[in-house]
Design a protein around this ligand. Structure first.
Ligand code: FAD
Length: 149
């Protein structure tokens, strides 16, 4: 299996229960993140996940076999649907070296920017560019890191 680093970017429709009164929506996202971070650390995968307006966008980077295996599991997950692969390409270096799975989507300005990504494409995943999502996520994670520091 090749050790060459690859980046995968996809976009999907969120199918989490948003209308429960128990407020367990956040718990469901926390669940996804906890499992992702655990598995990704094990599999030498880094990346970031963005959620807003009923959609997920995610960047996964790592050895090709591990990234493909993670994406295979992710595609089967019923917590989202219409999973659209946007990019799978070799990369020289990771964009999210410090993140087993960074998460952005809680801050209002972040939410607004992702809404813009969606609007520009008419919320049509087939018209969204993986490069665009990658750039937006990278900028947002850098901002989050600066805020946290
Ligand atoms: P387990 O966690 O033991 O899960 C076993 C099965 O149960 C899987 O089929 C899983 O899909 C399903 N499952 C578990 N919890 C729930 C639940 N609360 N509701 C419905 N079904 C459930 N995984 C990664 O490893 N890396 C990632 O970066 C990653 N990103 C994700 C991003 C999104 C938007 C989503 C929705 C999921 C993501 N996942 C990610 C989770 C992934 O889809 C699998 O659930 C996970 O990889 C399976 O981990 P596991 O083999 O340890 O099995």
């Amino acid at each position: 299996m090749s050790d060459e680093l690859y980046r995968l970017v996809y976009y999907s429709r969120n199918q989490l229960e948003t209308e429960t009164e128990t407020g367990d929506f956040e718990a469901q996202v926390a669940d996804i993140l906890a499992r992702s971070r655990h598995n990704n650390q094990r599999d030498d995968i880094t990346g970031a996940l963005l959620f807003n307006a009923g959609c997920f966008a995610q960047v996964l980077e790592g050895p090709l076999g591990n990234v493909e295996a993670a994406f295979e599991r992710i595609q089967q997950d019923e917590r989202h649907g219409e999973v659209s692969l946007l990019t799978l390409e070799p990369i020289a270096a990771r964009s999210f070296p410090n993140w087993a799975m960074g998460f952005v989507g809680e801050r209002a300005d972040t939410a607004e920017r992702f809404a813009r990504v969606g609007l520009e494409s008419g919320f049509d995943p087939s018209r969204l560019s993986g490069d665009h999502i990658h750039t937006v996520l990278k900028d947002l994670v850098i901002e989050e890191e600066a805020t946290a520091a």
